[in-house]
Ligand binder design. Structure first.
Ligand code: 5AD
Ligand code: SF4
Length: 359
């Protein structure tokens, strides 16, 4: 029985494992506690971020990801300034409050200049809009320039905090140490820093997930974007064995992700936690379930329909044939259905960030 978050804070590894794998009455209790903690710490508001997947060009080759550099079947694109501006107008019109600019990792100068131009434009033309970047590992100076241009949040999932597992999922020249350093640099630069992992990766143990929770606490992140691992056939990670193994574990991965979100909410009550779109590969109500389990941010895709089929990090991504207008009504309804409050027209910054930086 969970009585309060102080209890959970002190929980041993074996209890955390029990909650991570809970189902039935124990799981209901965990999710209800997470909901209570959320309402007390950050209220019933759900914040919106319109996500613009502005380019699928990537210099990296993560073994799990559909848009990795090595996937020659992907049609590469980069949205124009005007196309991105149309998305910004839409976000303003439907009052999502914030934009997330997401892309593959491109560190060369032209890409950086383009991103800077967009961020400056948002700062000037849409001064009330929150700006989150999710563009991979950039240099300290690049992240600094973007911060000065008006970006104030950065999402960089660690994917897994465990070096052994990180090695299995990435080529040799991808460095977990470098990624961890980037997350530290973002904090030094004054960003609201978000990280996260995938849950249900081949080779991932419960101990690994508990190490991730400890890593999150230790690094005192402000925001989280975490979701289930979903197979993509055009990636080296997916062998016939892995496909069969993953298909057998679908429900387990889904439930474990919800449990992980709930535990994270209890451990870090004032953080922002996003309800991952990938959850809807498993159930149509996936994001609503995550909101009920303690998530308080939703990131509707506003990428134009013409590009949605080319931004498939994983298979079965929902809504790739919908346009953003339809998604907007649908998602606001989903939030209400979860008994939560769609907080439209406000940025919804992380309370954890506000508290750690005040005074
Ligand atoms: N399944 C789920 N999430 C994935 N991502 C990349 N590939 C997959 C996949 N196959 C996630 C990574 C990355 C984010 C942008 O998308 O966690 O950080
Ligand atoms: Fe590139 Fe990100 Fe995909 Fe890795 S996960 S290949 S960095 S888009």
């Amino acid at each position: 029985m969970i009585y309060n978050r102080e209890v959970l804070r002190l929980l041993s590894t074996s209890s955390l494992k029990k909650y991570l794998n809970s189902s039935g009455a124990l799981q209901r209790e965990l999710l209800a506690e997470a909901d209570r903690v959320r309402k007390k710490a950050v209220g019933a508001n759900v914040y919106f971020r319109g996500i613009v997947e502005f380019s699928n060009i990537c210099e990296k080759n993560c073994y799990y990801c559909g848009i990795r550099k090595g996937n020659k079947a992907v049609r590469r694109y980069r949205m124009s300034f005007e196309e991105i501006n149309e998305c910004l107008k839409f976000i303003e019109r439907v009052r999502y409050g914030s934009v997330v600019l997401q892309s593959g990792e491109t560190t060369f100068h032209a890409a950086q200049d383009f991103l800077l131009q967009i961020v400056r434009h948002i700062h000037k033309r849409y001064p009330a809009m929150g700006v989150t970047l999710s563009c991979g590992e950039l240099s300290f100076d690049q992240m600094k320039e973007l911060k000065e241009a008006g970006a104030h949040r950065y999402l960089l999932r660690i994917e897994t905090s465990v070096p052994r597992l990180y090695r299995l999922l990435h080529p040799r020249d991808h460095s977990i140490a470098r990624r961890k350093q980037c997350l530290k640099d973002l904090r030094v630069l004054g960003y609201q820093v978000g990280s996260g992992i995938m849950i249900g990766l081949p080779g991932q143990t419960d101990d690994d997930l508990i190490a991730d929770l400890r890593y999150f606490q230790k690094n005192d992140f402000d925001m989280f974007g975490l979701g289930p691992y979903v197979i993509h056939d055009q990636t080296p990670l997916v062998t016939p064995n892995v496909r069969a193994w993953w298909n057998d574990r679908r429900e387990e991965i889904f439930q474990k992700t919800l449990n992980f979100i709930a535990i994270l909410r209890i451990l870090m009550p004032t953080c922002n936690i996003a309800a991952a779109t990938a959850l809807e590969v498993f159930h149509r109500t996936g994001r609503v379930e995550a909101l009920k389990a303690g998530a308080n941010v939703i990131m509707p895709v506003v990428t134009p329909r013409a590009y949605r089929h080319d931004y498939l990090l994983y298979q079965g991504k929902p809504c790739i044939d919908e346009d953003a207008t339809k998604c907007s009504g649908c998602i606001v309804g989903k939030v209400r259905a979860a008994g939560l409050v769609p907080a439209l027209g406000i940025q919804g910054n992380s309370l954890h960030f506000i508290q750690r930086t005040k005074g």
